[in-house]
Design a protein around this ligand. Structure first.
Ligand code: NAD
Ligand code: MG
Length: 388
């Protein structure tokens, strides 16, 4: 094997992004070496991945999972546990793919950047909740933050021609595209009857359960507004959401001279994953290649803010700053968990988040301890709102 292979940690290996990352890695074995994995459940799948790629370092959630996994793997595989385990693996590899779901991905984001590694970030929740802390560790020499989230990967590419001045003064606005989800065009009245199963059928993307639900409420787009401000340092008033049902234009940047740059492809997450692994090189795959020889219609419309108030909540959280985005994301995780467990209806999700945000009092996020404290309080308030 060539000496120049880059080592890759794939944390959240059994999920939707994880599996698609494995697909990219399988076709790039000369360029990348998968050296570590993490998974929250599906331990037999995790073991199968470890065997296929001959991975010797694996992180799991608990001692029970460690014992179960140890029985499935040879004794030369080291199994680490919990947040410390995730952080340890995130500090070791050249490229760290954070494909964990939810706030649980925080140790990966902070660990990889603090160790000066390239973080290929799918896990938006950690960045949104911890934005001020992430901003500090991003300054570590060698640290690189590349977004796998397709819209942000598009914006990153569209910003490549912008002069590198803080806050991008040459950018008039970032246009974040949204498919509109399964309920695009539904009225407020119709949405009262929306079910979990309706919400789990996304029209253009196949993804994990949590983000699929987030796409149905447009909370995913709200979280992505916060993600864009944190990633690019662009103030929230220059981030606009545009509904684009075909999911071909993954986002756009409008410069002050009126030029609009966009990135297009068929919806296929392997494209942004491969971009983040290979950058600045482009890997020769053609995932999501477009066929311009057949008619292609691209449409754009404004989001319906009355039907989808999650967007407004996200803008408010962005303007509040401090711990507000962490509260929004934590309350949303609790509400989505409750929907998936059939404890609430679809139309209760955003009211639970709104009721939690009503209790937020302005505070700075200056330490990891204050972040965990805020996350915990927001989750408790959201759980209390579930019962009302
Ligand atoms: P998923 O639910 O399919 O997979 C999540 C992965 O994280 C699984 O491997 C799970 O076992 C693992 N995990 C969960 N808790 C863990 C823990 N405590 N320790 C170790 N591993 C743990 O989710 P997904 O759809 O792949 O999404 C992952 C992240 O990527 C989310 O933040 C999501 O918002 C983001 N994202 C996903 C897509 C997509 O197309 N699926 C697109 C953009 C962004
Ligand atoms: Mg996205």
């Amino acid at each position: 094997m060539s000496q120049s292979r880059q080592s890759v940690a794939l944390l959240g290996a059994t999920g939707s992004i994880g599996v698609q990352t494995l697909d990219v890695l399988r076709s790039e074995l000369e360029r990348f070496e998968l050296v570590s994995l993490a998974g929250g459940e599906h331990l037999s799948e995790l073991a199968a991945i470890a065997r296929e790629f001959d991975v010797k370092r694996v992180a799991v959630k608990s001692e029970t999972h460690r014992a179960t996994l140890a029985d499935l793997l040879s004794s030369d595989v080291t199994i680490v546990v919990g947040d410390e385990g995730l952080e340890e693996l995130a500090r070791e590899a050249d490229i760290v793919v954070n494909a964990v779901m939810g706030f649980a991905g925080l140790p990966v984001t902070l660990g990889a950047l603090a160790a000066g590694k390239r973080l290929a970030l799918a896990n938006k929740e950690s960045l949104i909740a911890a934005a001020p802390l992430v901003a500090k560790v991003r300054a570590t020499p060698g640290a690189q933050l590349l977004p796998i989230d397709s819209e942000h990967c598009a914006i990153h590419q569209c910003l490549a021609s912008a002069p590198r001045r803080p806050g991008y003064p040459d950018v008039r606005r970032v246009l974040l595209t949204a498919s509109g989800g399964p309920f695009r065009g539904w009225t407020v009245e119709q949405l009262k009857g929306a079910t979990k199963d309706d919400a789990l059928h996304h029209p253009t993307w196949s993804m994990g359960a949590k983000i699929t639900i987030d796409s149905s409420t447009l909370m995913n787009k709200g979280l992505e507004v916060l993600e864009a401000t944190a990633l690019f340092g662009i103030d929230v008033d220059r981030v606009e959401v545009v509904v684009h049902p075909q999911s071909i234009v993954h986002s756009m940047v409008e410069y002050v001279d009126g030029s609009v740059l966009a990135q297009l492809s068929r919806p296929d997450m392997r494209l942004p994953i491969a971009y983040c692994l290979g950058a600045p090189d482009r890997l020769d795959h053609g995932y999501g290649r477009l066929d311009f020889s057949t008619p292609l219609t691209l449409t754009f419309e404004a989001p319906d803010l009355d039907a989808f108030p999650a967007l407004t909540l996200a803008y408010e959280a962005a303007r509040l700053g401090g711990a507000a985005p962490a509260w929004l994301s934590a309350a949303n995780e609790i509400a989505v968990e409750a929907l998936l467990a059939d404890e609430i209806n679809w139309c209760d999700i955003v009211p639970v988040v709104a009721a939690t945000m009503d209790q937020y009092e302005a505070q700075d996020l200056d330490s990891l301890a204050s972040l965990y404290e805020n996350d915990d309080v927001a989750r408790r308030r959201a759980r209390a709102s579930l019962k009302k």
